[in-house]
Design a protein around this ligand. Structure first.
Ligand code: DX5
Ligand code: ZN
Length: 219
């Protein structure tokens, strides 16, 4: 059984006080930093890019989990590796040759992740699951923080867990969007390994203890 992880999403951080927020996560019980890269084409929003990630990498002391919400992600795989990404997730919906993309990510020394939009079936990963280190199940439509959790995600988590076990794969299940204290435990019970939390952490009165509480809930 994998250790259950919490990955605060910096999309909800205070960008004018980014170093402060990075240090908060460094000192907290959080496991990973989740970084959302949006191109304004794959999703209807633009977040941050290379120079910001470079600065984040200089201060962040934990795993950098980079979630690409961009078209044609193959163009930037080596760039994200050199910026210091540990995990690189691409969207299933943005890849014409997913198997090749996964191999490229791994050949750059990163863990390979695949993100699925809420409408995308986990069954589409039947033939690639053994090549995937991390599946990021979107529990909101990607593009924005602070949206409400889509309930159908629980079923997707347990279906994906079954697929992983049936194929004898070693893939982590990550949940991204609308995660909070009331769905965290249920998600982990359904088979989730990593919970991304943006607004719930950074908009709370005491982010450090919010992270601690989330970790306790899923321990
Ligand atoms: C949404 C992003 C998420 C987002 C989660 O497109 O992929 O990582 O930051 O934010 P919350 O936790 O606020 O839903
Ligand atoms: Zn994300």
């Amino acid at each position: 059984m994998h250790k259950k992880l919490v990955a605060p999403s910096l999309l909800a951080a205070d960008f004018a006080n980014l170093q402060r927020d990075l240090e908060m996560v460094n000192q907290s019980e959080a496991d990973w930093f989740h970084l959302d890269v949006m191109d304004g084409v794959f999703v209807p929003n633009i977040s941050f890019g290379m120079p910001v990630i470079k600065s984040i990498a200089e201060h962040a002391k934990k795993t950098l989990d980079v979630h690409l919400m961009i078209v044609d992600p193959d163009r930037y795989i080596n760039t994200f590796a050199s910026l210091g990404a540990d995990n690189l997730s691409v969207h299933y919906e943005a890849c014409n040759h997913l198997h090749r993309t996964l191999q490229s990510i791994k050949s750059e020394g990163m863990k390979a992740g695949v993100a699925l939009n809420p409408h995308t079936s986990i069954h589409l990963l039947e033939d690639t699951i053994q090549d995937i280190d991390l599946v990021c199940l979107m529990s909101v439509n990607p593009g924005f923080g602070g949206q409400s959790f889509i309930e159908n995600t629980y079923q997707k988590v347990s279906d994906l867990k079954n697929l992983i076990e049936r194929k004898n794969a070693n893939t982590l299940i990550e949940i991204d969007g609308g995660v909070n204290a009331s769905n965290a435990k249920k998600l982990v019970d359904a088979g989730a390994d990593v919970l991304v939390a943006g607004s719930f952490v950074f908009k709370s009165a005491d982010p450090t203890s919010t992270i601690k509480d989330l970790k306790e809930k899923i321990a």
